[in-house]
Design a binder for this molecule. Structure first.
Ligand code: ATP
Length: 456
């Protein structure tokens, strides 16, 4: 298959109802996207799979759903108010804005770690290498300035009296501020983890590349709280579990790699990304960070509450270390879309097919009456039966071949055809999306058959 381009995926997503441009009837709103009928199912299934793997199946992990708007002191303690910014440069010719570190990384094909450079070093590198504007080809840059990434809004009860409030730029602070609450109510001993899935907002300088970098996105994050002596082993454990998770969802091994960070925040002990080979190249899919005691210490300092844990056996009192694992639900959805797509050559035809893991597929089954006139009523009955168990779609228009193709491109793993055999002896034909093979089963066994195939 030819190399997949981002444009191809964007168009396909729009055509089949995965993702539409945000506020499209008003000519859109740059870098916002709306998930459509099949896209919302796909993304929900990805979030469900993550929650199942990391919360449901982990005896020591608990979920929270914290408020998006938090006390502004949270963002002072976390350091975001002072320093959550990126180095920006404007092209004086075409007025486009870019991240200086991204320009260098793209120019050097990832060989130069710009994240480790100061603004002066970056400016020198860009000048020495004559890096031109990717948009207009000009070479007339403004000096590098830091650009604040937090969206600010205000809250005021009385006209004129307003306080600055921030839209959270990451979900993890909701986990840190609830450390004591969760520990107390679950009566947990360390180590344990708090997980959350929710929206975050960043005023990114160079958003773009479809769902890869947007100004509003969802994160799936967890923080493991532990004793320092166990922390490196949990860090390595989450590196492995994070990779296994995306492989199990269907991302291929040769498109995944670890990227250990050269430059660490002053409090961090280790940091690593898992990168995926998107159509735009190798890019971060998720991060695993060893954050030491930084977050809880800072919240202790700013809130005046003791963010400590006392070991009931040794009586040792300490501030726990934190291992963070964070992955964007939208970015992962994009990776899954890219990986699943195939333009498959058949004997006399080609078909577009999304080979989603059945657990992620928007619809698990499509119910198709062979001849509407004769089989519609029975098919509707079977739709009712299936839809109590899993997402089911129904299609009675066009030839059966066309209907199969429509399901292939939205990734429905099974098509169930209702025909004369269903009417006469209660059997249905189940067609498999990937190899297009067919089997015949009694109706009452079909739901169970499909249920087993869609587990994650
Ligand atoms: P990047 O270097 O790509 O800006 P980051 O290192 O700032 O990402 P983190 O703060 O570690 O990212 O966020 C954790 C995860 O959240 C990322 O690995 C990514 O999957 C997702 N994410 C972060 N920013 C965005 C964004 N603007 N749009 C979509 N997903 C995002």
């Amino acid at each position: 298959m030819k190399d997949l381009t981002m444009d191809k995926i964007v168009n396909l997503c729009k055509q089949y109802g995965f993702v539409f441009p945000g506020s499209e009837i008003y000519d859109g709103f740059a870098n916002t996207w709306d998930f459509g009928p099949v896209g919302v199912e796909l993304k929900n299934n990805i979030k469900k799979a993550w929650w199942k793997r990391f919360v449901q199946e982990d005896m020591n992990t608990y979920g929270v759903d914290a408020a998006i708007l938090m006390n502004p002191r949270v963002w002072e303690a976390s350091g975001h108010v002072q320093s959550f910014s990126d180095p920006k440069m404007d092209c004086k010719k075409c007025k486009q804005r870019f991240r200086a570190d991204n320009l260098i990384e793209e120019y050097s094909n990832g060989a130069v770690a710009a994240e480790a450079m100061s603004n002066e070093e970056m400016e020198k590198y860009i000048n020495d290498n004559h890096i031109v504007c990717p948009s207009c080809g000009g070479f007339d840059w403004t000096p590098i300035k830091q650009f604040k990434l937090m969206f600010e809004t205000s809250r005021g009860t009385v006209e004129g009296e307003k306080d600055a409030v921030y839209l959270r730029p990451e979900t993890c602070q909701g986990e840190y501020v609830n450390f004591l609450n969760v520990q107390r109510t679950t009566r947990s001993k360390l180590p344990f983890a708090i997980a959350q899935i929710g929206k975050s907002f960043r005023n990114e300088i160079t958003p773009g590349n479809f769902l890869f970098r947007t100004i509003e996105f969802e994160q799936m994050e967890l923080q493991k709280f532990c004793h320092e002596k166990d922390s490196m082993s949990f860090y390595n454990d989450y590196k492995k579990r994070a990779l296994d998770f995306v492989k199990d969802l269907g991302l291929s091994e040769d498109k995944l790699r670890y990227h250990d960070h050269d430059k660490l925040a002053h409090y961090a002990k280790a940091a690593c990304d898992i990168q995926y080979k998107f159509p735009i190249g190798w890019e971060e899919l998720n991060g695993i960070h060893h954050r030491g005691t930084w977050d809880l210490s800072r919240h202790g300092e700013f809130s005046g509450k003791k963010m400590e844990y006392q070991d009931p056996e040794t009586n040792e009192k300490y501030i726990p270390n934190v291992i963070e694992y964070s992955i964007g639900a939208d970015r992962l959805t994009l990776a899954i879309l890219c990986e699943a797509y195939e333009e498959e050559k058949l004997e006399n035809d080609t078909r577009e097919v999304m080979h989603f893991h059945p657990a992620l597929a928007p619809y698990k089954v499509a119910v198709l009456p062979l001849v509407k006139k004769y089989h519609k009523e029975k098919a509707e009955e079977i739709f009712k039966l299936f839809s109590k168990n899993f997402m089911t779609t129904y299609d009675e228009t066009g030839s059966i071949g066309k209907r199969y193709r429509r399901q292939d491109v939205i990734g429905t793993p099974y098509c169930v055809t209702i025909d004369d055999d269903t009417m006469n002896n209660g059997t249905v034909t189940i067609r498999n999306r990937d190899d297009m093979s067919q089997i015949t089963l009694p109706v009452n066994e079909a739901a169970e058959y499909i249920k087993q195939k869609i587990e994650f």
